[in-house]
Ligand binder design. Structure first.
Ligand SMILES: [Fe+2]
Ligand SMILES: [Fe+2]
Length: 386
């Protein structure tokens, strides 16, 4: 004589329809096996309660849980069967009629789940956008040319020098590009600053053409937008780089260069680090380094004031905090504020990294003369047989 089935076994048998073996069904089974509220349904079934009541119970349960109706009914019962069970023949409905349900709609729970998934992915992407890892193929010495604020459409900008630096990046082996923002003046379309377009010799269409030409060349290792890119007009140069393949962000970017089996080099770039001191022009960047920053190089622009500071953290880690200057060498606004202008220098800075160098002090260096930086880069590459 065979053993009578337990309620649990009966329910498993009831749901054993192959047509129900979908993700929903597996999910439902997992809940059942975990002793969820379906156990109560199984007991009710075993006690011989009516099928219609059981079906109706399952449909309501499924709706509560956000499942499609059909999958919770079990035992091959159809959606129509479920409807009938919920509204048996002759039973009055509140409106006096019933409308067949629309397929394909989302339950509230499904909408919430979809939204939660999408928000989580967006948060992960946003976080990753500001901290990129770059895997270097070989441990050869590399240079990174940091362009200072270009302001390419400004009448006071040394546009020839900006183009020369772009060309150098395109032809020099082992040299990569980076920029700390303010590619264009990008004056707003309306408001007080809008009149400034009329005062400069480059209009909005020409400005964008120049920016496209300047940005498209060489290999970009890092780009952060400046206040002129992000917060003014429509010409945000950050859009000219593909963020899928290039470390580029609107305001804050950490880039970690990795070589197999060697220490990484970390660079933190911002248009401006917060915090100022009249006695220390790189106070903001140094504050970042001293207050737990784990980077080797901190670079910013914005103040059009070239400065390089070499220091060590309290733990003895050498780092460089720097402000790159600007290609905008003639600056009426700066003159009005009492700053020297028209002098030039430090429009770009060149970071040279030798990943195989074991002395942490000699592993990387930053030059405010591009020519001098190139000499060192070439010498190091030659020494390493490149
Ligand atoms: Fe600027
Ligand atoms: Fe700026």
């Amino acid at each position: 004589m065979t053993r009578p089935l337990t309620p649990r076994e009966k329910y498993l048998e009831l749901l054993g329809d192959a047509a129900l073996l979908t993700d929903h069904f597996r999910d439902l089974m997992a809940k059942y096996q975990a002793g969820d509220r379906l156990v109560r349904s199984a007991r009710a079934f075993a006690k011989g309660q009516s099928t219609a009541a059981l079906v109706a119970h399952h449909v309501r349960w499924a709706e509560d849980e956000g499942y499609e109706r059909g999958f919770a009914v079990g035992g091959g019962a159809s959606l129509q069967g479920a409807d009938d069970a919920l509204n048996p023949q002759g039973a009055p409905s509140p409106q006096g009629f019933r409308v067949s349900p629309l397929p394909g709609g989302e339950t509230v729970q499904e909408i919430i789940d979809r939204r939660a998934r999408s928000t989580k992915l967006k948060r992960q992407r946003r976080k990753a956008l500001h901290a990129r890892v770059v895997h270097m193929d070989t441990p050869e010495p590399v240079g990174i040319l940091f362009h200072g604020d270009p302001h390419l459409d400004d009448d006071g900008t040394d546009i020839e020098l900006a183009m020369l630096h772009r060309d150098i990046c395109m032809r020099e082996p082992g040299l990569l590009r980076a920029c700390v923002g303010d590619v264009l003046n990008n004056w707003p379309d309306a408001g007080k600053l809008a009149v400034l377009y009329k005062k400069q010799g480059t209009n909005i269409e020409e400005a964008w053409k120049i920016a496209e030409h300047w940005m498209r060349g060489g290999r970009w290792l890092g780009f952060v937008g400046g206040n002129h890119d992000n917060n003014m007009g429509q010409l945000d140069a950050t859009r000219l780089l593909d963020v899928e393949t290039t470390p580029a962000a609107g305001d804050d970017l950490r880039v970690e260069l990795r070589w197999p089996g060697l220490d990484p080099l970390r660079i933190h770039m911002r248009h401006n680090f917060s915090g100022r001191s009249q006695w220390n022009p790189v106070h903001g960047a140094m504050k970042e380094a001293q207050m737990g920053g784990d980077c080797d190089v901190y670079v910013q622009g914005h103040h059009h004031e070239p400065v390089i500071m070499k220091a060590r953290t309290k733990q003895g880690k050498p780092y460089i905090a720097a402000k790159v200057g600007a290609y905008k060498v003639e600056d009426n606004y700066a003159r009005r504020l009492g700053f020297a202008t028209g002098i030039g220098g430090g429009e770009a800075m060149l970071l040279v990294v030798d990943p195989l160098e074991e002395d942490p002090q000699a592993r990387f260096d930053l030059f405010d003369s591009v020519d001098r930086g190139l000499l060192v880069l070439r010498a190091l590459r030659e020494r390493r047989g490149r």
